[in-house]
Design a protein around this ligand. Structure first.
Ligand code: G
Ligand code: G
Ligand code: NA
Length: 240
């Protein structure tokens, strides 16, 4: 198909252009890190990265595309200070693949004067995880090397409480659907409050996603959220 040819071409020419969105510390307003997000020139075939990654999955190309996006994210990253993090999206299924190894990532990091301590793997569950045992084992291995783990889209889609319990992430990224209008929605406030309590008991940090309004920022800050991300704080952009 034409889309298949487009994705093959994209992989062959390594045409992923990362953009970076700041994640801000609500303690001191400093940039805690950046989430790398993939962009392409193939908008007529894939309007956004979501369509691209879904199609890659159907075609059995998740692994190749994820790896390219990861390498590009590291390649395009500005130098980070000792405490800043680069958040890299990885599909949960990739972790189930015994071939996924941070080995190549490590040498690329070193070329850019970064270490595993700078990297947070942001796990997105496009579909539910089949084999928690394998994913857990993989994550333990990365952790032992200094990488950290975030669970993405908490409160939406396939992200489950089981993943939080089983995978013991370092960060929970609370989905935009919970954060939007949280200052006017008691139910959303209860949900975030419950996640904050859970996170506190488990030693996990919360990142609020999709902050667009001052009122949302003030609300999540007053509730004790550690970190925030969203258009109000900075749009995804290339570093150049
Ligand atoms: O950047 P945007 O909001 O359009 O991204 C839409 C979705 O695509 C996000 O939810 C994100 O998880 C996913 N995505 C973006 N870049 C990457 C990437 O490099 N790897 C993976 N696996 N997913 C990505
Ligand atoms: O789920 P994930 O964190 O991977 O989603 C990232 C996507 O969310 C990116 O495509 C990014 O462009 C988008 N995004 C980031 N901040 C905001 C925001 O404040 N509002 C909206 N509507 N989208 C946002
Ligand atoms: Na993400």
């Amino acid at each position: 198909s034409l889309r298949r040819r487009e994705i093959d071409r994209l992989l062959e020419r390594r045409q992923i252009h990362p953009v970076y969105q700041p994640i801000v510390s609500l303690w001191d307003g400093a940039v805690f890190g950046y989430e790398a997000l993939a962009r392409t020139d193939s908008r007529q075939w894939f309007p956004g990265p979501m369509e691209l990654f879904l199609f890659a999955e159907q075609e059995g190309l998740t692994y190749a595309l994820d790896r390219l996006a990861r390498e590009k994210a590291i390649d395009g990253c500005i130098p980070l200070n000792r405490n800043q993090k680069l958040f890299i999206n990885v599909m949960a299924q990739i972790m189930e693949d015994p071939g996924f190894s941070p080995g190549q990532t490590l040498s690329l990091l070193e070329q850019h004067r970064l270490s595993p301590h700078h990297v947070v793997f942001e796990i997105t569950e496009r579909s539910s995880i089949d084999d928690f045992g394998t994913v857990k084992k993989a994550l333990e291995h990365y952790r032992s090397q200094g990488y950290q783990i975030a669970i993405d889209d908490v409160g939406a889609g396939y992200s489950s409480l089981q993943s939080i319990v089983e995978l013991r992430p370092d960060y929970l990224k609370v989905d935009r659907s919970i954060i939007q209008n949280i200052h006017q929605d008691e139910m959303k406030e209860h949900i975030l409050g419950t996640l904050i309590q859970l996170a506190f008991k488990m030693g996990i940090s919360i990142i609020a996603e999709g902050i667009e309004r001052e009122e949302e920022l003030e609300k999540v800050r007053s509730m004790g959220v550690h970190y925030a991300q969203g258009y109000l704080l900075g749009r995804p952009a290339p570093f150049a």
